[in-house]
Design a protein around this ligand. Structure first.
Ligand code: S3P
Length: 174
């Protein structure tokens, strides 16, 4: 079965599994998968890490909103699975777009598990050199914003990518 009219957005904190789950779900359902970070990287021809370093977070956030706006206005061409950067919910405008243009699922993940998953990661500027307490604080600040946008949430802390993708497929009837 295909998505009927609306795209499916996956939101959640860094390391929650949005990209991995989205890719598997796309394969399972025969749907295109679009990752907002990858669109930005392609467009700017540089990794997110370098983009933050050279132009700063505010510049990245503007690009992120532009990409989301285009996708929300049908830029994907057909309903798709759209995976997003963990901070997409920070802007009110983005939250509106997520609420209005598709079905948004929050991939929840215990911050301790996030830290474990991202220990060796060097690609995410916002957690570089951060303590567990700081990451936990960022997570707690964002939590209400994720919940505001999502029609449902799935805890990925103790589940495999396959289990989460199957659960979404079932719950969203795709
Ligand atoms: C960010 C998350 C990253 C990326 C950027 C900022 C954030 O995406 O968009 O580094 O603010 O949480 P992932 O959630 O895919 O790591």
């Amino acid at each position: 079965m295909k998505l009927q009219q609306e795209s499916l957005y996956l939101i959640g904190f860094m390391g929650a599994g949005k990209t991995s789950v989205g890719n598997l779900l796309g394969d399972m359902c025969g749907l295109a998968v679009i990752d907002t970070d990858q669109v930005i990287e392609k467009q700017e021809n540089m990794p997110i890490r370098d983009l933050f370093e050279r132009h700063g977070e505010a510049y990245f956030r503007e690009l992120e909103t532009d990409v989301l706006q285009k996708l929300a206005n049908g830029g994907a061409g057909a309903p798709a699975i759209i995976t997003t950067g963990g901070g997409i919910i920070l802007k009110e405008k983005n939250r509106q777009l997520l609420k209005e243009s598709g079905r948004t699922i929050f991939l929840q993940c215990n911050p301790k598990v996030v830290v474990e998953r991202l220990q060796q990661d060097t690609t995410r500027p916002l957690i570089k050199n951060k303590t567990i307490e700081e990451i936990n604080h960022m997570y707690q600040m964002r939590l209400p914003l994720y919940l505001e946008c999502a029609i449902t949430s799935i805890d990925t802390s103790a589940q495999s990518i396959k289990e989460v993708a199957e659960s979404i497929k079932l719950r969203m009837n795709i």
